[in-house]
Design a protein around this ligand. Structure first.
Ligand SMILES: CC(C)(COP(=O)(O)OP(=O)(O)OC[C@H]1O[C@@H](n2cnc3c(N)ncnc32)[C@H](O[C@H]2O[C@H](COP(=O)(O)OP(=O)(O)OP(=O)(O)O)[C@@H](O)[C@H]2O)[C@@H]1O)[C@@H](O)C(=O)NCCC(=O)NCCS
Ligand SMILES: Nc1ncnc2[nH]cnc12
Length: 288
């Protein structure tokens, strides 16, 4: 390796590491955000009898190498069939690492998918790009088929077929509209109102829950659970969001309701982590 190649290699390795660290930090931030309706947080396990905050942390840290590898295979690439299948293979190994770290519990399967595509897109585009450019690139990768995908039915596949919703795959293929139209604007709006980071993230989560057709909720509780979730999240936002006492009361009511029907907005949680990742990447742009 000559000196110039070594310098390029060093910069790429550092940027891949930076992207992966941001991805892991975003997962940890999402897990730590409290109180979240129906989800694992620092106060409770929500609707999940098999997960705790420690499980979420272990899972997030175990995924660091997966995100590093996804970034590394993406430098100097464009969205392509080959890249899609390389990411899918790394993603499937990542799922195994997650199951090893959690004792077989599915904590972040959806997040490996969404954040994996965004980490790859971030590596393709390099520093100082907008969230829109990254989500568009990620969408272009997701539109290539994963020809080696196992044929067995997943919860998501069953639910997509039954209710005709786009699910995690459609969300990515469309360039993550729920992040661009709901989560990132909600973060911005709350900050403009002077909200703390915690309240801004809670409002971003609620804005996702109010509109997302979350296959995790549909699988566990069907259409009724999804309507309850969307209406409950809208009620919190209508009451002024997590910043106001009335909004917090409505949030606590929604949490109790979701736990009582065993509903979990796991898809919204994943998209919140993805929005935090994009927000950090475009705000920090500290990498030189
Ligand atoms: C392409 C895959 C994402 C597979 O997707 P598929 O639709 O086939 O379904 P699932 O296996 O069900 O996974 C989808 C997960 O995505 C999250 N999600 C749900 N709705 C949306 C949405 N509208 N937009 C974005 N994301 C969404 C959700 O993940 C969270 O929930 C999981 C926990 O749920 P829980 O009910 O507790 O646990 P389960 O095990 O599902 O249920 P039980 O059996 O216990 O009852 C947790 O993972 C959260 O993250 C959905 O679950 C992708 O997985 C795939 O193909 N991977 C292989 C390789 C690959 O391409 N990798 C990535 C390359 S970049
Ligand atoms: N905080 C959380 N609780 C439950 N499932 C999740 N999936 C992703 N984040 C989650």
């Amino acid at each position: 390796m000559n000196a110039q190649t070594y310098e390029i290699w060093k910069e790429e390795a550092a940027y891949g590491e930076y992207i992966a660290q941001l991805a892991v930090m975003s997962l940890v931030d999402e897990a730590d955000l409290t109180p979240k309706p129906g989800l694992v947080d620092r106060n409770s396990s929500g609707s999940h009898s098999d997960m705790t905050i420690e499980t979420m942390h272990r899972s997030a840290y175990a995924l660091k190498d997966t995100f590093v590898k996804m970034a590394e295979v993406s430098f100097y690439q464009k969205p392509s069939q080959q890249l899609r299948e390389q990411l899918a293979e790394i993603g499937r190994y990542g799922e195994q690492d997650m199951f090893k770290a959690t004792g077989g519990v599915n904590t972040h399967k959806g997040a490996i998918w969404s954040l994996g595509l965004l980490a790859s897109a971030a590596a393709i585009n390099g520093p100082n790009v907008t969230a829109w450019q990254i989500t568009q690139t990620a969408g272009a990768i997701a539109r290539y088929p994963d020809r080696k995908s196992p044929k067995q039915a997943t919860n998501g596949k069953k639910v997509r077929h039954r209710y005709g919703v786009p699910g995690a795959v459609g969300e990515a293929q469309q360039g993550f509209p729920h992040i661009m139209i709901y989560a990132l604007p909600a973060l911005k709006k709350a900050r403009e109102k002077g909200a703390s980071e915690r309240h801004a993230k809670l409002d971003a989560l609620l804005s996702l829950m109010a509109s997302l057709d979350d296959t995790c909720i549909l699988h566990r509780g069907g259409k009724e659970a999804l309507s309850i979730t969307k209406a409950g999240a809208r009620a919190v936002l209508k009451a002024g969001g997590s910043l106001t006492p009335a909004g917090m009361k409505a949030l606590s009511f929604l949490d109790e309701k979701l736990v009582s029907i065993n509903a979990s907005p796991g898809g919204s949680a994943d998209l919140l982590a993805a929005a935090i990742f994009l927000d950090r990447l475009s705000n920090l742009s500290a990498f030189r």
